[in-house]
Design a protein around this ligand. Structure first.
Ligand code: MG
Length: 159
């Protein structure tokens, strides 16, 4: 399943290194010596979790069906237009952030609001493309990886 998820992300224009860049960006202020390799390992660990894989497979499938005009109405219109009153994409993303506790939620809220880098790119509305679920999934993966790094670097753990 990991392989299928990785292929799906790649096909949708999302690389692990793009997500790792977001993680580095939000954590470098707290951990100046943090490396991109460590962020990449964190992102990879998040994507290895079964509940994360399930969320990605489900959300991206809905995005792809919306692009092909194959969802039943009124869902087709709602997902294709990324209706701002539709919150199921965020709810699905929360199943990813929940994996690493409440810091994940805070990080996700921040990324959802600021939409840096790859998240902002996915959120741009381009004709024929639907990333209603993917932008939230990517923000959630980055948020969860940032939380994992925060947990593993808690000063108390090193004493
Ligand atoms: Mg969305």
């Amino acid at each position: 399943m990991y392989k299928a998820v990785m292929e799906m992300l790649t096909r949708r224009g999302v690389t692990l290194s793009a997500i790792a860049q977001v993680v580095l960006d939000i954590q470098i202020g707290y951990y100046p010596e943090l490396t991109i390799e460590e962020c990449l390992a964190g992102v990879d660990a998040v994507i290895k979790k079964r509940e994360v894989q399930h969320a990605i497979l489900t959300g991206v499938a809905l995005d792809m069906l919306a692009e092909e005009n194959k969802l039943p109405e009124p869902l087709q219109g709602i997902v294709a237009q990324d209706d701002f009153l539709y919150g199921v994409d965020e709810i699905m993303a929360l199943s990813i952030t929940n994996v690493y506790g409440t810091i994940g939620l805070t990080n996700f809220g921040y990324l959802d609001k600021t939409k840096p880098m790859i998240i902002g790119k996915l959120n741009e509305k381009k004709a024929g493309h639907c990333h209603t679920f993917l932008d939230d999934l990517v923000a959630a993966i980055a948020a969860a990886a940032a939380s994992k790094i925060a947990h593993s670097r808690r000063p108390a753990d090193n004493e």
